[in-house]
Design a protein around this ligand. Structure first.
Ligand SMILES: [Zn+2]
Length: 348
C-alpha cells in the first residue's frame, strides 16, 4: 500500500513537472532571460533598440544557441550572458534565417578570442548560407536598416540644435548617444555564413535532448528554419511565425500559408517567435494563414487591374482583421506590396 501511494505521488509529481511548466524570468546586465522549458532560455536584450530574440539551450554537455542578434557587440553581450548561466561550451549556433538582425552577431561566436573556437558549428538553411556568403552588406534590407538608423541619428541631431529646456535636452541627448553608439556597432560587421547547411530537416541529439530543425518551405524569407523541441513541444519559429503577420518585404506571401500548414503538423504547446514574447495560442497560425491568403487575393486583384504598387499600398484594406489581429488602418506596407507584385510578375 505504501509502495502504491509512493508510486502515485511520484506519478503526480511527474505529471506536474511534465505539463505545468511555468516560465521564470531572470536578468543579467544586458539581457532578460525567460526560461521557456527546462534549460531553454529566451534571451532578449535590455537595450532599448531594435534587436531580435535568441534562444539559449543548455544541454547535458554543451550549449546550443538560435540566432545571434543584430551586431557583433550584441552577440558578445549574448555570449557574456550565456557564460553567466553556464560554463558549458556553445558548440552549435543556428540561424533561423539570414536577415541581419538575426545573424550579424555570428562573428562574435567565431572571432579570435571567442571562447567557442574551434568546435563551433553554425547551422543554417542552404539559402541562408548563399545569402550570407554573397555580399550581404550590399543587400537591400541591410542597407535600408543602416539608412534608417542613420536617419534617426540625423533627426535627433537636428532636434538637439533647436531651443530646448534642460530636461528635454537631457532626454534627447541620451537617445542620441544611444543611437550613435548603436550605429558605430554596424561598422565592424563582417558577416559569417553557416558552416553546415540543410535543405529539408536535421535532428541533433545532445545528451538527453533531441532537437529537430525543419525547413517547411519559403515564407518570411527563402530559408526559414523552425527549431523544435519534441519533449517540451516547443518551437522557435524565427520571423516565420510571430504573434501576428511578419514583415513581408522579402517574403513569399503566395507560399506562406502552405508553409504554415506544415508547421501545424507539429504538436506544439508553445511558440517562441523571432521578435516579441512567447505565446501558447497556437490557433494564431491559422489566423495568420487566413490573413496572408486574403492579403494576396486583394493585392492580386489590384495588380490585375493595372493599379501601381504605390496606389495599391494605400488602397489595400485588411481592417477585417481589426478584432483578431489589431489591423486599424487601411493601407499596407509598400515594401510588402512591391514584393508581392514582383512575385506576381514571376520573380523569384
Ligand atoms: Zn526577418
Amino acid at each position: 500500500m505504501v509502495k502504491r501511494r509512493f508510486c502515485l505521488v511520484f506519478l503526480v509529481a511527474l505529471v506536474i513537472t511534465r505539463f505545468a511548466w511555468a516560465d521564470s524570468v531572470q536578468e543579467t546586465e544586458t539581457h532578460k532571460l525567460t526560461e521557456v522549458g527546462k534549460g531553454i532560455y529566451l534571451a532578449q536584450t535590455k537595450a532599448r533598440l531594435f534587436n531580435s530574440n535568441a534562444l539559449v539551450v543548455i544541454n547535458d554537455e554543451d550549449v546550443l544557441v538560435v540566432d545571434s542578434h543584430i551586431t557583433p557587440t550584441k552577440g558578445r553581450d549574448l555570449i557574456s550572458t550565456i557564460t553567466s548561466l553556464t560554463d558549458k561550451p556553445v558548440t552549435t549556433l543556428i540561424n533561423s534565417h539570414y536577415h541581419y538582425d538575426h545573424s550579424h552577431g555570428n562573428q562574435a561566436f567565431t572571432e579570435e578570442n571567442s571562447p567557442y573556437l574551434p568546435y563551433l558549428e553554425i547551422i543554417g538553411h542552404e539559402f541562408t548560407r548563399m545569402k550570407l556568403s554573397r555580399q550581404p552588406l550590399q543587400r537591400v534590407n541591410f542597407r535600408r536598416g543602416l539608412a534608417g538608423t542613420q536617419s534617426v541619428v540625423d533627426r535627433l541631431q537636428r532636434k538637439l540644435a533647436e531651443p530646448l529646456d534642460i530636461k528635454q535636452k537631457e532626454k534627447l541627448q541620451e537617445q542620441y548617444d544611444l543611437m550613435v553608439s548603436h550605429l558605430a556597432e554596424w561598422d565592424e560587421i563582417m558577416p559569417v555564413a553557416p558552416t553546415l547547411t540543410l535543405s529539408d530537416r536535421l535532428t541533433l541529439f545532445r545528451g538527453s535532448r533531441e532537437i529537430r530543425v525543419y525547413f517547411f518551405g519559403r515564407a518570411h524569407s527563402g530559408g526559414d528554419l523552425v527549431v523544435y523541441f519534441p519533449e517540451e513541444q516547443l518551437a522557435f519559429t524565427g520571423d516565420m511565425m510571430l504573434a501576428g503577420p511578419s514583415w513581408l518585404g522579402d517574403g513569399y506571401v503566395d507560399e506562406f500559408p502552405g508553409t504554415l500548414e506544415k508547421l501545424k503538423s507539429l504538436a506544439i504547446k508553445k511558440i517562441v517567435p523571432g521578435h516579441g514574447m512567447p505565446f501558447t495560442d497556437i490557433a494564431k497560425i491559422g489566423l495568420v494563414q487566413e490573413f496572408y491568403l486574403d492579403l494576396w487575393q486583394k493585392t492580386k486583384h489590384l495588380y490585375e487591374q493595372g493599379v501601381s504598387a504605390e496606389a495599391a499600398s494605400k488602397a489595400i484594406d485588411m481592417t477585417n482583421f481589426r478584432e483578431s489581429l489589431g489591423v486599424l488602418r487601411v493601407g499596407y506596407d509598400l515594401l510588402a506590396v512591391s514584393r508581392m507584385y514582383e512575385r506576381m510578375g514571376g520573380e523569384e
